[in-house]
Design a protein around this ligand. Structure first.
Ligand code: AGV
Ligand code: CA
Length: 317
């Protein structure tokens, strides 16, 4: 049995990651938390609770709300999808008269929930993070021994080849957004000796959201989870330059269970915490911290695993 804690930031691929995590075999999801980075925190938490209502199997699993704040705010156009996702009829059909999801809201804010649940876990925890590293950095600042009970961190973030996805005034475009939202948090985490696998843009560029994928899911919409997934991804498009949607977070989440879906190699990397390259991560053999870097995705195996997990998801209603 693997224990996983999942911290995400409420965009479409974050919520799809949660759905698929609920189907992992031999896995106990010990906690979930959401931060309003690439989303707004209320709908991100609410949609998470409803997804667990619909597909979860553990009545004790709860969702914590983050009170972390940005250094650099995500574009509002991207953040809005969480409201639409949370309003999907499929997630609301079963609500009670108080419109309250069954899955509980955790008492503590995300960083303290993460600290408590990881420290209390009887075995080491796999930590999956698909947004900024702020909640983990805050937990480390309060109690650095949290890292003793983390087996490995899987993080979607960064870019190692100098090409980021931030297009903002006064920035040179070398950073990935999750790193840019709170560059200092990346530094705090890099400064620990946590074992980590990084899924950066270099790796996720191999799994773009294509028309073929949308159709592939559409054809399987008789499975409730694939119906929800298809609807979810219909909220995001790639009209503007620099805004192709990839399966960033789903790739990160799946390899926390199935590392054989990718090839990887050990690297040493560092991060720039401020200035025009804030959030830039780069290979730094001299002074960098060690991590595992995903170099190639076996896309066919990845999309098959995606479908297999989604097909398994049985609706509780
Ligand atoms: O930089 C990738 C991260 C992932 O965690 N997010 C989206 C994923 O959840 C930011 C992002 C980059 N481009 C985007 C993003 C876009 N076109 N739409 C929404 N979010
Ligand atoms: Ca995300």
């Amino acid at each position: 049995m693997q224990n996983i804690y999942f911290n995400h930031d409420g965009n479409v691929d974050d919520l799809v990651s949660l759905l698929l995590l609920l189907e992992f075999p031999e896995t106990k999801l010990i906690g979930v938390s959401a931060v309003g980075a690439d989303s707004y925190v209320e709908p991100a938490v609410s949609a998470s609770r409803k997804i667990i209502d619909l597909f979860g199997q553990d009545a004790e699993l709860e969702v914590a709300k983050s009170d972390s704040r940005p250094v650099n705010q995500f574009p509002k156009e991207w953040r809005l999808s969480a409201f639409s996702f949370d309003d999907f009829p499929m997630l609301n059909e079963h609500l009670n008269d108080a419109y309250e999801p069954q899955t509980k809201l955790a008492k503590l804010p995300a960083h303290l929930d993460m600290l408590e649940k990881i420290k209390q876990s009887s075995k080491k925890v796999t930590l999956v993070m698909t947004g900024p590293l702020t909640d983990l950095a805050r937990a480390i600042e309060i109690d650095p021994t949290i890292t003793d009970n983390i087996d490995e961190l899987f993080w979607m973030g960064g870019s190692m080849n100098g090409v980021g996805n931030v297009a903002e005034p006064e920035h040179d475009g070398t950073a990935e957004w999750n790193a840019y939202w709170d560059p200092a948090a990346v530094k705090t985490v890099f400064d620990t000796d946590l074992k980590m696998t990084i899924v950066s843009l270099d790796s996720t560029n191999q799994v773009p959201l294509t028309k073929e994928l949308r159709i592939r899911w559409a054809k399987q919409r008789s499975y409730p989870a694939l119906d929800l997934i298809g609807q979810g991804y219909s909220l995001v498009h790639s009209f503007e330059a620099n805004s192709t949607y990839y399966l960033w977070d789903v790739l990160t989440t799946l390899i926390s269970k199935y590392p054989e879906l990718v090839d990887s190699k050990p690297i040493k990397a560092s991060v720039i915490a401020d200035g025009p390259s804030a959030g830039k991560t780069f290979i730094d053999e001299q002074n960098g911290r060690p991590m595992t870097f995903v170099t190639r995705v076996n896309s066919e195996a990845f999309f098959n695993k995606f479908d297999e997990l989604a097909q398994m998801a049985k609706s509780n209603y």
